[in-house]
Design a protein around this ligand. Structure first.
Ligand code: FE
Length: 261
């Protein structure tokens, strides 16, 4: 199912949050959200998902735009749930795919056919800006959050920050896709993931410091059914990240011991 979360007449942002429910997809797979931005007659996909997701997503997208009008695809990092279906998008769209520079020689392993030289564009370590018609997107460095080469995407028109794995929450699939209302209550759904997957508080602080300079109306993660809407919630989430102890901050010799069985 699709949900329009921003629409000003010419610019629309659409979330697909339960594509795994459709078609023949294993419900054991991690739930993931895919994103389509349509500006005028052109589309951009952010983290279009794995191979199994391609067919139902392609069908849903066609309700908003002719899939061949998808001109740009951004893959936030190398995980299969972000872009393992890229092979199909190469065939069924006329898009260019932007991938973090660190992974530009790895992500093509998802593809079967010999690659057109121009299909993959590396996103430099410091990030970059791209356009869709007249609208601008900032591909922000988000390295080690969680992947060593990672980007987030800020849409300057909708003021939405698509935050990849940051903000992931683990919910029962029956939960509604909706804004977080009680932040303190919500923390327990995010904590486990962030403490294990996100590299360290050092990069959390660098990220928080960077995104505070953006005018953000919503932060929408790649996983989970909840997102952060409005300045107050956005700031609460950024503050939480700023102070998060995670990853190697929490690792010690108790973990690095030789298993006895
Ligand atoms: Fe990931």
């Amino acid at each position: 199912m699709s949900r329009i979360i921003f629409d000003n007449g010419t610019h629309r942002c659409i979330v697909f949050d339960d594509i795994l429910n459709e078609g023949e997809v294993d419900m054991e797979d991690v739930q993931s959200n895919q994103f389509l931005i349509v500006n005028g007659d052109q589309g951009l996909l952010f983290d279009p998902g794995g191979a199994k997701v391609f067919q139902p997503l392609h069908k849903e997208i066609s309700k908003f735009i002719f899939p061949r009008k998808v001109k740009k695809i951004v893959i936030s990092h190398q995980d299969p749930d972000t872009g393992a279906g890229i092979n199909y998008w190469m065939i069924f769209s006329n898009a260019v795919a932007y991938v973090p520079q660190l992974w530009v020689r790895f992500i093509p392993h998802f593809c079967r056919q010999s690659l057109e030289k121009d299909f993959f564009t590396p996103i430099p370590e410091e990030g970059m800006r791209i356009n869709l018609n007249d609208s601008e997107f900032i591909l922000l460095p988000a390295h080690f959050l969680h992947s060593a080469g990672n980007v987030h995407m800020y849409d300057t028109t909708s003021k939405i920050l698509f935050s990849g794995d940051m903000g992931t929450s683990i919910f029962p699939f029956t939960a509604e896709f909706e804004p977080v209302e009680d932040f303190d209550e919500h923390v327990r759904f995010m904590e486990g993931f962030h403490r294990r997957y996100i590299a360290s508080n050092k990069v959390c602080k660098l990220w928080a410091n960077m995104v505070r300079d953006l005018d953000i109306e919503m932060i929408i993660p790649q996983h989970g059914r909840k997102y952060f809407k409005g300045k107050e919630m956005v700031n609460r989430f950024i503050d939480w990240v700023d102070n998060l102890q995670c990853g190697i901050d929490l690792f010690d010799r108790n973990i690095y011991t030789i298993p006895s069985e």
